[in-house]
Design a protein around this ligand. Structure first.
Ligand SMILES: Cc1cc2nc3c(=O)[nH]c(=O)nc-3n(C[C@H](O)[C@H](O)[C@H](O)COP(=O)(O)O)c2cc1C
Length: 347
């Protein structure tokens, strides 16, 4: 069975799951056009995740993937929180507001309990993908028994080998160009390999199919990744400007006005690539302390962003984008897919 047949898709193009940007409309539009739509559900409650999956199933009969975070949950000590809160405190005070006194774990991991697993088993999407790590063995077994395909992001060969060993079906090779969070399993270590090199490295050393992700914006780049040995590609940033994404106007404007990106761990506590704004320019100073751990730092960043917006400053938003964001096109998702296919066929 070919890779496309395995996933039930016509074109080797996957919409990247994007927490905060994915919508059932966008997922269904991509799936209806012959790609694999997706829902980034890592930031959702079980109930809202269920609603998004059911809504997508109403909008398309074609397959789509759902995505969750598989980070190792860490205890966040009061001292580590305090150090980070104290460092950011002057910005809260600039807006005449007290800094928070403690930070919350705003996103549970798929591994913390089986609530998300049970939701997937109940709603049966074609595939489920994971970021930041690998699910527990019993969770992989249950997904396999239900015939649901599994994908996990790898950013280096060691992670890819661990994914293969765990019995996952597909490796997503996430290069350093990728927008959004680095899928690194260990948040303190990033090999920062380019997408092309990672595809070469993983296809040469692993047997599982590889999906290339990171900096892919047009059909020529897709063809290049397929020629390197990737079975398909996964595009995120390219779809953020589509009408059916939930990106707000400030985010859309930032992508067009200042299409320069940098990785920062200051927003969420884990490294992620986004448009350069106050976080990279004013918070990531040489003397900055270690951030509070993920996702506790994200709780603070969201509070600060909401406060800054109230004061007319949009510079604390998380405008995730890949390093090739300057090549973004303002197209409807179905037109973008058609354009990508056209460009692939022109080669
Ligand atoms: C706005 C945004 C949100 C993202 N959210 C997620 C997510 O929730 N889960 C995930 O596995 N990957 C997420 N990613 C990373 C993508 O899966 C993918 O690796 C990346 O988009 C590929 O690079 P590109 O943006 O240059 O196409 C996100 C990326 C972006 C741009």
């Amino acid at each position: 069975m070919s890779f496309a047949q395995q996933l039930g898709i016509k074109h080797p193009i996957l919409l990247a799951p994007m927490a905060g940007v994915s919508t059932p409309d966008l997922a269904a539009e991509v799936s209806n056009q012959g790609g694999l739509g997706s829902l980034g559900l890592g930031a959702n409650s079980v109930e809202s995740a269920r609603k998004q999956i059911l809504d997508t199933q109403v909008l398309t009969d074609h397959p789509f993937q759902v995505n969750f975070f598989c980070h190792k949950s860490v205890e966040s000590s009061a001292e580590s929180q305090q150090l980070w809160i104290d460092y950011i405190r002057p910005v809260f005070e600039k807006y005449n507001s007290p800094a928070p006194t403690e930070l919350k774990c705003i996103y549970p991991s798929f591994k913390d309990n089986d609530d998300f697993l049970n939701l997937v088993l109940e709603t049966k999407p074609k595939a489920v993908s994971f970021h930041f790590g690998i699910p527990h063995p019993h969770q992989i077994t249950k997904l396999k028994e239900a015939g649901i395909l599994t994908l996990v992001s790898a950013t280096n060969l060691a992670e890819a080998r661990a994914i293969e060993k765990a019995g996952i079906d597909i490796i997503i090779a996430q290069g350093i160009e990728a927008g959004g969070h680095r899928g690194i399993f260990n948040p303190t270590f990033d090999a920062a390999i380019t997408t092309a090199d990672l595809v070469r490295l993983i296809t040469q050393n692993c047997t599982l199919p590889v999906v290339a992700a990171g900096g892919i914006m047009n059909g020529q780049q897709i063809k290049y990744m397929l020629n390197l040995g990737a079975s398909a590609v996964q595009l995120g940033t390219a779809f953020v400007q589509c009408k059916t994404s939930s990106a707000n106007s400030t985010y859309r404007q930032a992508l067009l006005n200042q299409p320069i990106t940098q990785v920062t761990a200051s927003i969420s506590g884990r490294p992620a690539r986004g448009i350069i704004n106050h976080w990279q320019m004013e918070i990531d100073l040489p003397e900055r302390p270690k951030t509070a751990p993920y996702p506790y730092a994200y709780d603070l960043a969201k509070q600060l962003n909401a406060l800054a917006i109230k004061n007319g400053d949009v510079g604390y938003g998380a405008f995730w984008a890949g390093s090739n964001v300057a090549q973004i096109r303002e197209l409807e998702a179905r037109d973008l897919i058609n354009q990508l296919i056209l460009e692939m066929n022109q080669i």
